[in-house]
Design a protein around this ligand. Structure first.
Ligand code: ADE
Length: 239
């Protein structure tokens, strides 16, 4: 899988792409991530990437030309070939105005061969980028970040985990939160007693059937307490 990122702050991506599971997946060549500085594609001596909003208002808006230039040039398309580009690459704008990211959407993105992530900044991005260059817009949640960089990292991290070969034990993907429409059950490890707090006895019993029943019950209870709407959305009976 290939992911191209477009940002005016490429430095933000440096260490996150080198650490942990993500760093390992990149070093193994399972995912290829290329980070591009939009400013390199801005015209003129001053490499201006933003300007005042038409109609007035606070803040600055990211100009269209450097974004169109950065995406088309780095991916090897001409500006006249946007339709072909969009049919071959998923071009995603990160913005709080986008479709809310879910594990289901992450799985769908992981099945695509090539993503291009455009990080918005300032008060916004010229709407022609969204209209004519992007195939979709994604928000990682109902809160506002100063830009799309951390949202892009969230997508890269979540998608990479689902690329075959990245997470060694497929079981751990199946068991984790959201994969069965529920939040995950609680986990414990040694010591069996810490500061007087004991691990639930059933987990020490060696009875796999009982352990499974307990985990299922805890997942349901926890989901009902923290995210009751998940039980309703999935049409799941509240038992
Ligand atoms: N940019 C700013 N806020 C964002 C959000 N919540 N999701 C995606 N991109 C963003």
């Amino acid at each position: 899988m290939r992911i191209d990122v477009y940002t005016i702050f490429p430095g933000i991506f440096q260490s996150p792409l080198q650490e942990g599971l993500l760093g390992k997946a990149i070093r193994k060549g399972l995912v290829e991530v290329r980070v591009h500085d939009i400013r390199d594609y801005a015209p003129g001596k001053h490499r201006q990437v933003d300007d005042e909003p038409f109609g007035g208002g606070p803040g600055m808006v990211l100009k269209p030309e450097p974004v169109f230039e950065a995406v088309t040039r780095t991916l090897g398309y001409r500006l006249e070939e946007l339709e072909r580009l969009k049919s071959e690459v998923s071009v995603i704008m990160l913005t709080p105005r986008g479709e809310r990211l879910t594990q289901e959407k992450v799985a769908e993105l992981a099945s695509r061969p090539h993503l291009a992530l455009i990080c918005g900044r300032y008060e916004g991005v010229d709407e022609r980028v969204l209209e004519h260059l992007c195939t979709e817009a994604i928000s990682i949640g109902d809160y506002v970040l100063s830009g799309g960089e951390f949202a892009a990292l969230v997508i890269i991290e979540a998608v990479t985990r689902l690329v075959p070969g990245v997470v060694g034990n497929l079981e751990s993907l199946r068991e984790e939160s959201f994969s069965g429409g529920l939040l995950e059950y609680p986990q414990y490890t040694r010591p069996a007693e810490y500061l007087g707090w004991r691990v639930p006895e059933v987990l020490l019993s060696g009875n796999h059937q009982e352990v499974e029943r307990w985990r299922r019950r805890m997942a349901l209870e926890w989901t009902r307490r923290m995210r009751p709407e998940l039980l309703k959305e999935g049409g799941r009976e509240e038992t």
